[in-house]
Design a protein around this ligand. Structure first.
Ligand SMILES: Nc1ncnc2c1ncn2[C@@H]1O[C@H](COP(=O)(O)OP(=O)(O)O)[C@@H](O)[C@H]1O
Ligand SMILES: O=P(O)(O)OC[C@H]1O[C@](O)(COP(=O)(O)O)[C@@H](O)[C@@H]1O
Ligand SMILES: [Mg+2]
Length: 440
């Protein structure tokens, strides 16, 4: 039997006011909240939160934090809140940052982190630890974790990062490997939404506003805004829904075509004739197939959108001149600090992940499911990508708000609806050691 300790939070004056502060180890949160009364209750996740007994003696914790993949508003808030959570809730003083993503484990020195060092970082965009894409060497990371005596690893990153985390975890270290899912595109499954997404949608409003002002001030003005979303169009969809003055939103999930009846060009022509201007929001992955058809060879160029709106089509074929104002705010959006709501969200994510690691769990990410903080096993996060379902009500709301054509026949998409039932099951992440306290 491994040693456990009373949770030091029980003596913390700030939290002593809470009537039932500790979460029961068997509390779960259902993935599906709306179910038919006779159907199975589906997958459940462990509810996140402080446990009555913890696995680590605070003095023995040696924690590290790493940020990987593309930037996202909120990374610094998470770093701050993990450090402060460990320090103030559990009295953990040994926390280091890994410099420059996964490769920093073996290619760079670590950075010492304490509440003083991270005090103001949530007001800045980016990540104070730096990040990286591209491959890494798992064995070298595992060696580095062991050499440094690290026993808690906090990994903040997207699908690629969590796949890497899952590999590190499979090496069987006696270490808590805990993830926080990061994606500005909101394309990680299971969770309600990802941190930074709200901030991105809010910041996108400024670009759409500029596109509208520009388009409205000139004859046949088209304001075209490119937003992030290589495979999932959530930012474009929510930014469009929020603005109410976008005439067309194009996302990767919804195929469209340019010429002919019901096509994009016909819609643009009609809008310009009726209103004199229009605003289009395009997610960067939208219309990829059109680009590759129209180019001699497939290239990795961005779908910047203005290629699709070649002036010649309107001037030569339709005898109409258009004024295209193209705005690409993508990196400006990604580089800002998180807004108020994302800051609070990041705080909860960070505290949840700290409670989970202290309780001895491993191989999990913290995440919001149906409004509750949960622990989700890595495999649930990495097995698929979250996408806008164009047969759902949200996309219908968007179509109704922009009045754009659907560009597809309903028959094509009906088959998309996944309706498979999952039996009632507790979806559990791995355990820290064979004898971890909650699984005896
Ligand atoms: N399939 C994978 N398996 C293991 N590790 C991966 C995988 N994909 C990416 N990684 C690691 O995760 C890091 C970040 O991944 P990347 O895909 O660039 O960003 P994100 O985590 O935002 O998806 C990479 O630098 C790489 O070391
Ligand atoms: O230029 P980079 O760093 O490759 O990042 C751009 C890409 O990152 C993404 O935002 C996806 O990153 P996330 O992991 O945050 O979802 C894409 O939509 C975008 O094309
Ligand atoms: Mg990715």
């Amino acid at each position: 039997m491994l040693m456990t300790y009373p949770n030091p939070l029980q003596d913390n004056p700030a939290y002593s006011v809470v009537k039932q502060y500790f979460v029961h180890v068997d509390d779960t949160v259902p993935q599906k909240i709306v179910v038919h009364k006779d159907s199975p209750r589906g997958i459940h996740f462990r509810r996140a939160g402080p446990r009555q007994r913890v696995y680590f003696n605070s003095d023995e914790v040696q924690a590290c934090i790493v940020t990987c993949g593309g930037l996202c508003p909120g990374l610094n808030t998470l770093i701050r809140e993990i450090v402060c959570g460990l320090y103030h809730m559990y009295g953990v003083k040994n926390v280091v940052g890994i410099d420059g993503g996964y490769r920093g484990f073996y290619a760079k020195n670590t950075v010492h982190l304490n509440p003083k060092v991270v005090n103001d970082i949530h007001k800045r965009g980016g990540t104070i630890l730096g990040s990286s894409r591209g491959g890494h060497n798992t064995s070298k990371i595992v060696d580095s974790i062991q050499d440094r005596g690290i026993n808690q690893v906090y990994i903040i990153g997207g699908d690629g990062t969590q796949r890497g985390a899952s590999e590190i975890r499979r090496r069987g270290l006696k270490v808590s490997i805990a993830g926080i899912p990061k994606t500005i595109d909101n394309d990680i499954p299971v969770i309600d939404k990802s941190f930074g997404f709200d901030t991105a949608v809010e910041e996108a409003q400024r670009a759409i506003n500029a596109a509208h002002v520009e388009a409205d001030s000139i004859e046949n003005g088209i304001g075209l805004v490119k937003l992030m979303g290589r495979y999932s169009g959530f930012i474009a969809m929510y930014a469009t829904l929020a603005r109410r003055d976008v005439d067309c939103c194009l996302i990767p999930e919804s195929p469209f075509y340019l010429e002919g009846p019901g096509g994009l060009f016909e819609y643009i022509e009609r809008q310009l004739k009726e209103n004199g201007h229009m605003v289009i929001v395009i997610a960067e992955g939208a219309g990829q197939e059109l680009l590759s058809e129209s180019m001699e060879s497939m290239t990795l160029e961005d779908a910047s959108g203005n290629k699709l709106l070649k002036d010649e089509y309107f001037s030569k074929q339709r005898k109409m001149s258009i004024n295209l104002k193209y705005i690409d705010p993508t990196y400006m959006i990604r580089a800002i600090p998180s807004n108020a709501s994302d800051n609070v969200y990041c705080t909860l994510l960070a505290q949840s992940v700290v409670h989970g690691a202290m309780a001895g769990y491993t191989g999990f990410t913290s995440g919001l499911v149906n409004g509750r903080q949960t622990y989700i096993p890595f495999n649930r996060i990495i097995e698929k990508q979250n996408k806008v379902v164009i047969t759902d009500r949200m996309w219908a709301r968007l179509l109704s708000s922009t009045n754009q054509p659907t560009f597809w026949s309903p028959k094509v998409a009906v088959g998309d609806k996944g309706n498979e039932e999952e039996p009632t099951e507790l979806s559990d992440h791995g355990i820290w050691g064979e004898e971890a306290p909650h699984f005896n």
